[in-house]
Write a protein that binds this ligand. Structure first.
Ligand SMILES: Cc1ncc(COP(=O)(O)O)c(C=O)c1O
Length: 369
C-alpha cells in the first residue's frame, strides 16, 4: 500500500478551487512581494493567535534570526535551547553572534527539560528558546517562571506547533514573541518558504518589519542595514486559504495519532501526550530498539519514514566547537538511535494507519526501559 509521509497532493486536491482563485487574485493584482495579501494574512494569523502583531518574513529561520536581532541579542550573550531540535533553532541564535547553549530533552515528552534550563543559566544568559517539538507545547508555566526569576527573554520556536495548546492557551502566545515556519510540510504550510513572528511588542514588530526589508523606514529611507526576508503574496494567499482549514486538519492529525497509538501499544514507545497539552502531531515519533531495521522494513512495504533528528545538535559537526560528550545530553544522545517518524498528515486513511502499524508490529522491538 502506498502511504505518503506528508501528502500535499491530496491536500491540494481537497482545496483546489480556493487555492487557484487565491493565486489568480495575486497575479491579477501583481501583489508579489509584501502588499495586500501579505498584510491580510498577517492580520488573520495574529487574530487567530490573539496577538497584536504578526510580521511575515521569508522563512522560519529568519523569523528566529530577525526576532533575536530585534531583541538585541548578539556577541557575548548566551541563549538556551533544546539539544534535539532542527538546526534552524540554533542558527537563528548564532546568526546574531550570540552563543547557543543546549539543554537535554525530558525523556517522556521530548521537550527541553526545565530543570536543565536552570542548570544551564550563567551570568551571560539572556534568553530561552523553548521549541514545541513535534507539535507538543513545552511546559510553559515553569519555563516562564524560570525566565522571570532570572530576567530572561522567552522566544518560542513554534515552527512545529500551529494550533497547539498548553493549558488551553495557544502555543505562540507565551513568549515575548514566537517564531513560526510555514514551510510546505508544516501543519500550516505555504507553497514555498515562508515564516512569521508574532508578538504584542509594537517596537519589536516594527523593528522586524524594517530589518527584514533592508532596514527600510519607508520606501526610500533606510534607518539601518537590514536583510531581504519578506513574505511574498503567493505564500500569503495560500496561507490565508489554509488557515481556514487548519482546525479540521489538526483534528484529523490528532485522530490519526490516537489510532496509531492504540494499534502500537506494547510494540514500541508511542508519543506521550502531556495531560495539559494539545499535541498537534506535526510529527508522530515512536521509539524502537531496532530503528534501522524497522525503517528498512517499512520502506520495503512502501511506507516512507523520517528521523527527527538523525543526530541531536550538540553531536553534529556544526557544533563540534562546543566539545560536547554523550553524557552531557543522555536522553537526546540515546534517543537519536531510537526515534522514527511515521507518516502523519490530515489525509491519512484508517486503512493506511492500520497498514503502517501492522508493518511496524511485524518487526519492531521496544527499547529497554
Ligand atoms: C523547530 C524548527 N525551527 C525552525 C525551523 C525553520 O523553519 P524554516 O525551514 O521555515 O526556515 C523549522 C523548520 O523546519 C523547525 O522545525
Amino acid at each position: 500500500m502506498r502511504v505518503a509521509f506528508v501528502d500535499l497532493k491530496a491536500q491540494y486536491a481537497s482545496i483546489k478551487p480556493e487555492i487557484d482563485q487565491a493565486l489568480a487574485e495575486v497575479i491579477a493584482d501583481c501583489a508579489f512581494i509584501g502588499g495586500k495579501y501579505a498584510a491580510r494574512f498577517e492580520q488573520e494569523f495574529a487574530a487567530y493567535l490573539g496577538r497584536e502583531h504578526c510580521v511575515g518574513v521569508a522563512n522560519g529561520t529568519d523569523a528566529l534570526y530577525t526576532a533575536m536581532k530585534g531583541l538585541g541579542l548578539g556577541p557575548g550573550d548566551e541563549v538556551i535551547t533544546a539539544a534535539n531540535t532542527f538546526i534552524a533553532t540554533a542558527e537563528g541564535i548564532t546568526a546574531t553572534g550570540a552563543e547557543v547553549v543546549f539543554v537535554d530533552n525530558d525523556p517522556l515528552y521530548y521537550n527541553l527539560d526545565p530543570a536543565g534550563i536552570e542548570a544551564a543559566i550563567t551570568p551571560r544568559t539572556r534568553a530561552i528558546v523553548p521549541v514545541h517539538l513535534y507539535g507538543q507545547p513545552c511546559a510553559m508555566d515553569r519555563i516562564l517562571e524560570i525566565a522571570a526569576a532570572h530576567d530572561l527573554i522567552v522566544i518560542e520556536d513554534a515552527a512545529q506547533a500551529h494550533g497547539a495548546l498548553w493549558r488551553g492557551k495557544r502555543a505562540g502566545t507565551f513568549g515575548r514573541c514566537a517564531c513560526f515556519s510555514f514551510y510546505p510540510g508544516k501543519n500550516l504550510g505555504a507553497y514555498g518558504d515562508a515564516g512569521g513572528v508574532v508578538t504584542d511588542d509594537s517596537a519589536l514588530a516594527e523593528f522586524i518589519r524594517s530589518f527584514a526589508n533592508h532596514g527600510r523606514h519607508d520606501t526610500l529611507v533606510h534607518s539601518r542595514e537590514g536583510v531581504n526576508s519578506r513574505l511574498d503574496g503567493f505564500q500569503a494567499a495560500v496561507l490565508s486559504v489554509k488557515l481556514r482549514h487548519l482546525e479540521a486538519w489538526t483534528a484529523a492529525r490528532i485522530a490519526a495519532a490516537a489510532r496509531y497509538t492504540e494499534a502500537l501499544a506494547g510494540v514500541c514507545v508511542p508519543p506521550a501526550v502531556h495531560p495539559e497539552a494539545r499535541h498537534v502531531f506535526h510529527l508522530y515519533v515512536i521509539r524502537v530498539a531496532n530503528r534501522d531495521a524497522v525503517r528498512k522494513h517499512l520502506q520495503a512495504a512502501g511506507v516512507p519514514t523520517g528521523i527527527h533528528y538523525q543526530k541531536a545538535l550538540p553531536y553534529l559537526a556544526a557544533f563540534e566547537r562546543l566539545g560536547h560528550a554523550p553524557a552531557d545530553f543522555p536522553h537526546a544522545f540515546r534517543f537519536q538511535d531510537e526515534i522514527l517518524s511515521l507518516p502523519m498528515h490530515g489525509d491519512l486513511t484508517a486503512d493506511q494507519i492500520d497498514f503502517v502499524a501492522d508493518t511496524v508490529r511485524g518487526v519492531a522491538r521496544p527499547p529497554e526501559a
